[in-house]
Design a protein around this ligand. Structure first.
Ligand code: SAM
Length: 285
């Protein structure tokens, strides 16, 4: 099968199956061989790797993954794409297509079945409407992962890398930076997709840390504090946390901030990951 990264081949398949794009599934298919090659190169896949692809579409990137990895498991929600994938991937015996919603998929079971429970690599051109739940789900479920190399909306890629002082710094930045080392490896124009999305895109690689960069006694508690701080962005940290129903009083937060030599009126967006970890450890006591 000729590469679907060549626009004429994608158009031919779409016509053959009379496929209609579903906006609700965030369907924008890649039609640029350079970008596809760049994603494969930056995901550092080898013939030892088992790759999870989220949303294979008509199988454009799946073909490249199958050429470069030992095994590919591709999870696609749209059942009208399944017969198309059977056709476009018919040459490969190392691809398993599952018709399922990734947010309801047991990824640990995929690691167990296809990679003996060892860490997998995730590679995807993500459906943008569920970028955050997919990333948070992958990290918080603690499935064994080596890296996640994904196409996302450009602003979202930037948010994952931000630190204190930026308006884009938030719960997603802190979660990503706690679990992984983020690196933006390509910027991608809307012209590289069919249909064209109305936002710019970027490819970001998140390399999972073996050990998080900060020490936290209770991860869930730290993330509850982070969410409480950013849920009410305009409020001070002490108001945000004491109003969040976590059983922590304003006085307790103020005292902890004093211990950390921070102002009692500081806002969540001014704290680094390390400071959130410290705050969490102090309040936990
Ligand atoms: N990988 C293809 C490519 O690069 O051309 C398609 C990428 S397209 C941006 C996103 C894909 O994710 C679509 O095929 C869409 O149907 C699928 N998708 C959307 N929501 C999904 C979900 N919850 N679980 C699995 N796949 C999903």
């Amino acid at each position: 099968m000729a590469s679907l990264g060549i626009p004429a081949n994608t158009i031919e398949i779409l016509k053959k199956y009379n496929f209609s794009f579903q906006k609700k599934f965030g369907q924008n298919f890649l039609i640029d061989t350079h970008i596809l090659e760049k994603i494969i190169e930056e995901s550092h896949i080898t013939k030892d790797d088992c790759v999870l692809e989220i949303g294979p579409g008509i199988g454009t990137m799946t073909q490249y993954l199958a050429e470069n990895a030992r095994h590919v498991v591709a999870v696609e929600i749209d059942k009208s794409l399944i017969p198309i994938l059977e056709d476009t991937l018919s040459e490969y015996d190392n691809v398993t297509v599952l018709n399922a919603d990734i947010l309801k998929t047991d990824i640990q079971a995929i690691c167990d079945e296809y990679n003996n429970g060892k860490p997998i690599k995730v590679v995807a051109n993500l459906p943008y409407y569920i970028t955050t739940p997919i990333i948070m789900g992958l990290f918080e479920s603690h499935v064994p992962l080596k890296s996640i190399t994904i196409m996302v909306q450009k602003e979202v890629a930037e948010r994952m890398k931000e630190g204190p002082g930026s308006k884009d710094y938030g719960a997603l930045s802190l979660a990503v930076q706690y679990y992984a080392d983020p690196e933006i490896v390509a910027e991608v124009s809307p012209n590289c997709f069919i249909p064209k999305p109305n936002v710019g895109s970027a490819v970001i690689r998140l390399t999972r840390y073996e050990k998080p960069p900060v020490n936290v006694e209770d991860e869930n508690f730290m993330f509850a504090l982070i969410r409480a701080s950013f849920n009410q962005r305009r409020k001070t940290l002490s108001n945000g946390i004491s109003n969040a129903g976590l059983g922590i009083s304003r006085e307790q937060v103020t005292k902890a901030l004093e211990q950390m030599e921070l102002s009692p009126t500081v806002r969540g967006e001014a704290l680094t990951l390390e400071q959130f970890a410290n705050l969490s450890n102090i309040l936990k006591k």
